[in-house]
Design a protein around this ligand. Structure first.
Ligand code: FES
Length: 69
């Protein structure tokens, strides 16, 4: 399973020490990068073994499914 997501950030985002755990997005679909906002549930619904999902600019909709080569 893989996905293509367009990112336009060109630098790092500082995560300052937190009293509670801070969850950093690893799926690339969060609307609140670099933090997880629960959007990874979309990936769980769409990802299929052996396929690559291409997401639109909003990172909310799959616009293409390709074979993972
Ligand atoms: S890991 Fe990306 S939104 Fe949760």
């Amino acid at each position: 399973m893989a996905r293509l997501v367009r990112h336009d950030a060109t630098g790092p985002i500082e995560l300052k020490p937190q009293e509670k755990s801070a969850w950093v997005c690893a799926c690339g679909l969060s609307q609140n990068l670099p933090l997880c906002d629960g959007s990874h549930k979309i990936a769980k619904q769409n990802d299929k073994p052996g396929k690559v999902c291409v997401y639109d600019k909003t990172r909310t909709k799959v616009i293409e499914v390709r074979d993972d080569v």
